[in-house]
Design a protein around this ligand. Structure first.
Ligand SMILES: Nc1ncnc2c1ncn2[C@@H]1O[C@H](COP(=O)(O)OP(=O)(O)OP(=O)(O)O)[C@@H](O)[C@H]1O
Ligand SMILES: C[C@@](O)(CCO)CC(=O)[O-]
Length: 907
């Protein structure tokens, strides 16, 4: 037994120390959630480690020596646990946090607030263990428990009895049906009628990263920390947070009295797990969305609040910051579900969720088996329900394994090179569709609305050409964009309209396309590394006029469009629409017009072929106020409105289009135009660390871009360099090595916060000159580019210039120092224009790919900005509210006009 004398007991009533975290007291901008997670601070100066250990030590001791110290017995208090509790209070924005031995122990502590005769209102779709404990307190403690459908906030009202209702227990989203409860609405309703009732929320499905119910009226929140908070399924723990001192005091008493506080070692493990909560959760929920989309596409009834048409989506987005990583789906047949679960290999069959590894289960036979079948049926819990808890594995592996399991179990089959669902006797999805029970959004065809997308161009500062051969390139997006608009047609035709290329139009009868030559890529799969030559040949020979009979640029663009259209087709769906492209970028001038065009085509086709699901608007709870309706660039807390998994998918398909247009692209152009900002990009397969890294400090730089107006062909120039490398490998390779050093040095300089500004600019200028001289030696400069260089470098300008992109004409980029006089810049621009060049001043490092949100009915969108309204019947007259204006608006106004159409979601 511990020392329970009154004095000590008093000390342990409120063991959570007052947070002295700099994040709370500092006057600077508060840290974002992931930073708070990763930085564990001492609760107060008494807890500073004497040796300065950077990880909180495990005080693996039951007792502490001495009298009158802060700690005496680990049941009552332990330094490792104190650190953990302080950390959890900090990330939960709570005044008090307690950690106990499991999530159920947390609920046990909370329900001990109740007294016989009092009443509890709880949801009817609760976790089985919660249900079991509530049944126990009902039968053993004389507490009355009402189960109501809390997804309908007003269902709580009839059971609210002042003086009797002591607790309202909520869970959102519910597990396993992912129903959404309006925590905020219920809280205010309860507070009004029964101000003494304690509102308790089980937040396990979300974790404090995605939802903090204390901010929405809850009094006490608990999490099973066994799940997301720890993340590794290597401990059991429960967390209780609250702001009310009286409740905290009561619960602290119970924890000390019953002795269920978390052990020192588990406290250490949990603290460690919590540090990576945000990063795990980001990955897990983006993969969950991909899995949910695939299952929905196959025709299963999927429960996931991130899917359009989910009944609680809007409420959830108001309260939470993400959709979580648990979803469930119905197959229509319990035995089929059992076969599916048994056939997975990567998805582990297990109860629980929240770990880094993915799990699959059937709630009715596992986690919810403790609820009797009749009650399950009464609460609408389908016996065939499969729950998926998505981990951090590669999403493609997860999709692949699930598809195999569905295939092996006989839930889907392969037809016309695509997976399709095999109807079951009790195919609830089909029944619901037939009965019109599914929400309109789910049933409305994508092609019946207009989709408006855009992508920026790019400027390569260092490493073009060499990047194709494995050298790192440094590049940034430019603020000139390509726009793509799809407008519905109902005549079984698909057409393209390239306004920048002689206003070229072409249409195809969908049935007349060379379908025999296509090998579609199933949704979720990657396009093979090499292009399908058979399809390319068929497109050239059977789908388009000979190249010399149409503008060559339009020919190339049409081939890329059709190649992607046909390769993405699946499930026999062939959407009929017009794709219109317009660009404020000069086409074929080295500013990535092809990559921007490719990204627009890829995005539009992924949407129309239902291969990506557009996220709805970012949750509003912590979103900044959008000063401009056109820029929902960062949704909130540094997370963006288009999730990384979707951006990756768009980037992969944009790369395929680039391959069609360019032959052997490095991938840098499409990466920049999709992800925006500034990147150091290294192509994989050359023994160097590949991938992309964000570069900071680029946005503040100013550049002048000058179009030489000499047309050139990137494909031919890239091929020329490859040929030169074959002929003189030593010479060319040593130039590539030198360019690699230039890129490395530029990155180091840009990343060095201590480097004085002037030194940075001097270093970049020297590197620009050096890089250009290697490109000239590679044979990709041009007389006009040398003339531009000469003009810029002569007095009084003295500016450094290099070619950018493929060279051979196209654009030059000139670094403009901060203090460069505006009058000189204007004079230089005049001089360049007089020599028949086109100078551009454009911002760099801005937004990447954007999609005009189709969900924004009203909001900040201006009147008339709606896309096809929801009531448009699927087969009704074709509505194309954007199309005519898009084609007609002047080039100068295009960017502004696009911005004003509504709310843009960006990568
Ligand atoms: N707005 C557009 N409409 C239709 N096709 C376009 C458009 N913009 C670019 N393209 C396609 O991309 C091709 C231009 O690619 P190219 O690589 O030669 O130029 P770039 O992308 O501007 O330069 P770089 O690749 O060096 O950055 C065009 O020939 C055309 O096929
Ligand atoms: C010339 C090149 O390096 C850049 C074209 O913008 C080609 C590529 O990277 O694909």
């Amino acid at each position: 037994m511990g020392n329970d004398n009154a004095d000590l007991e008093d000390r342990h009533n409120l063991p959570t120390p007052e947070p002295e975290s700099p994040s709370l007291s500092r006057s600077r901008k508060p840290y974002s959630f992931s930073t708070l997670c990763a930085t564990v601070e001492s609760p107060n100066s008494d807890h500073k480690d004497q040796h300065g250990s950077s990880s909180v030590p495990i005080y693996q001791t039951a007792t502490f020596k001495g009298v009158g110290g802060e700690y005496d017995y680990s049941r009552s208090g332990n330094p490792t646990r104190t650190h953990l509790e302080h950390h959890l209070a900090k990330i939960s924005s709570a005044n008090h946090a307690f950690v106990v031995s499991s999530g159920m122990a947390a609920l046990d502590v909370i329900t001990r607030i109740l007294k016989p005769g009092q009443e509890v209102i709880a949801g009817d779709d609760l976790y089985g263990g919660t249900n079991r404990l509530l049944t126990y307190i009902r039968t053993h403690m004389g507490v009355v428990v009402h189960h109501v459908d809390t997804t309908n906030a007003s269902s709580v009202l009839p059971h609210l009895t002042p003086g009797k209702t002591a607790m309202v227990l909520l869970e959102s989203p519910t597990n396993p049906l992912l129903k959404i409860v309006d925590i905020a609405a219920i809280s205010s309703m309860v507070k009004e009628k029964c101000p003494d009732a304690v509102i308790v929320v089980d937040n396990t499905m979300m974790s404090p990263y995605l939802q903090r119910p204390l901010e929405h009226g809850a009094d006490v929140v608990y999490d099973s920390a066994t799940k997301y908070l720890s993340g590794h399924h290597d401990l059991m723990a429960g967390v209780i947070t609250c702001n009310r001192d009286d409740l905290a005091k009561q619960m602290a008493f119970t924890i000390n009295a019953v002795g269920n506080a978390l052990t020192p070692f588990d406290s250490f493990l949990l603290l460690r797990g919590t540090k990576t909560l945000a990063i795990r959760m980001d990955r897990q929920q983006s993969s969950a969305m991909i899995v949910a989309q695939m299952l929905q596409r196959l025709g299963f009834v999927v429960h996931y609040p991130g899917l359009p048409g989910h009944p609680g989506k809007e409420i959830h987005e108001r309260i939470a910051d993400g959709y979580g990583a648990v979803l469930s789906f119905e197959t229509g047949d319990k035995e089929l579900s059992e076969r599916i679960v048994g056939a997975t290999r990567l998805w582990g069959i297990s109860v629980s969720f929240g770990a880094v590894n993915s799990l699959i289960s059937m709630p009715c036979v596992m986690s919810h088996a403790s609820i009797d079948p009749a009650t399950r049926a009464a609460r609408g819990l389908p016996e065939d329900l499969i729950r998926l808890c998505v981990g951090i594995e590669d999403p493609n592996d997860l999709l692949d394994d699930l598809r195999h399991a569905l295939l092996n179990a006989g839930a889907i089959t392969m037809a016309a090179n695509d997976f399709v669902r095999i109807p079951t006797a009790v195919n609830k999805a089909v029944e619901k569709l037939a009965l019109g029970e599914l929400p309109v959004e789910t049933t409305r065809r994508r092609e019946d609305q207009e989709w408006f997308v855009s992508a920026p161009g790019k400027v390569i500062l260092f490493g073009e050409h060499a990047v194709v051969h494995g050298v790192t390139a440094v590049a940034a997006s430019v603020d000139l964009r390509c726009y793509g608009l799809t407008s519905p047609r109902h005549d079984n035709k698909v057409s393209v309209h390239f306004t920048n290329i002689e206003d070229y139009r072409h249409e195809w009868d969908l049935d007349a396309l060379p379908w025999d030559a296509v090998s579609p890529v199933p949704p979720g799969d990657d396009h093979p590394e090499n292009l399908d030559q058979r399809l390319l040949q068929a497109i050239h020979e059977r789908a388009l006029p000979p190249a010399h009979k149409m503008p060559p640029k339009a020919h190339a663009a049409a081939v890329a469009f059709l190649y992607l259209y046909m390769t993405m087709t699946h499930g026999g769906e062939r959407p009929s629409f017009t794709f219109t492209a317009r660009s404020t970028l000069p086409v074929g001038a080295g500013l990535g017009s092809s990559a921007a065009f490719s990204a627009c085509v890829a995005t539009a086709l992924l949407l129309l072929h239902q291969r990506i699901e557009l996220p709805s608007l970012p949750p509003r709870s912590r979103a900044p106020s959008f000063s401009s309706p056109g820029h929902v660039h960062i949704s909130h807390q540094g997370r963006r409105a288009i999730p990384p998994a979707i951006a990756d998918e768009i980037n992969r398909w944009a790369f395929v289009s680039e391959k069609v247009l360019h032959g052997n692209p490095s991938g840098v152009d499409n990466a920049i135009v999709v992800f925006g900002g500034a990147l150091a990009y290294t192509k994989p397969g050359f023994g160097r660390k590949s991938g992309m890294e964000k570069i900071h400090g680029f946005k503040s730089l100013r550049f002048l871009l000058t179009d030489s107006r000499i047309g050139r062909d990137t494909k031919a120039l890239v091929a020329r360099v490859a040929q030169r490398k074959l002929e003189e490998p030593h010479v060319v390779n040593s130039m590539f090595e030198a360019i690699q050093s230039i890129a490395d040095e530029a990155r180091r300089a840009l990343d060095d916060p201590e480097l004085p500004r002037q030194e940075l600019l001097n270093a970049l200028s020297a590197l620009i000159e050096e890089n250009h001289s290697y490109l000239a030696s590679l044979g990709v400069s041009h007389d006009t580019l040398e003339l531009i260089r000469l003009k810029c470098s002569s007095a009084p300008y003295n500016l450094s210039t290099k070619l950018t992109g493929a060279g051979g004409g196209g654009c030059a980029v000139t670094l403009v120092p901060d203090e460069f006089p505006a009058s000189d810049l204007a004079a230089l621009a005049r001089e360049l224009a007089a020599a028949d060049f086109d100078p551009y001043f454009t911002a760099v490092g801005g937004s990447g790919l954007g999609i005009l949100s189709p969900y924004d009915h009203g909001g900040t969108a201006r009147a008339g900005a709606l896309l096809t309204p929801p009531e448009t019947p699927a087969a009704g007259p074709v509505k194309t509210p954007l199309r005519d204006a898009f084609a007609a608006v002047g080039n100068e106004e295009l960017g502004k006009w696009a911005e004003e159409r509504g709310r843009w979601l960006f990568v």
